[in-house]
Design a protein. Structure first.
Length: 100
């Protein structure tokens, strides 16, 4: 089952650029894809947060990447990560319903 690895950084954290370089290399080799990078505004007196979403084919691959990137110093022990299992959905486009 496909998974999405979410990695959350404080905005402009130094590890963000290193992470994106590694994801780029994985994408070129067909092992992963960068789904999106989103920025959440911080509240009063709080820094914003960047969330990087990486698509992978297996959860085991995600666990291995997290461990390796922590060992390399790209992610700290406090960097928040979440793993989401993607559930395929079946849907019909509205146009197909109007013109069967």
């Amino acid at each position: 089952m496909e998974v999405v690895l979410l990695i959350e950084f404080e905005a402009a954290a130094p590890g963000r650029a290193a992470l994106l370089e590694r994801v780029g290399a994985l994408a070129l080799s067909g092992q992963a894809r960068l789904s999106f990078v989103g920025t959440e505004a911080g509240g009063p007196g709080e820094a914003g947060r960047d969330i990087v979403a990486i698509g992978l084919q297996r959860a085991a691959a995600a666990a291995g990447l997290i461990e390796r990137w922590r060992g390399e110093g790209v992610l700290t022990d406090t960097t928040r990560t979440r793993l989401l299992r993607v559930q395929p959905l079946w849907s019909i486009e509205p146009l197909a319903l109007m013109f069967p």
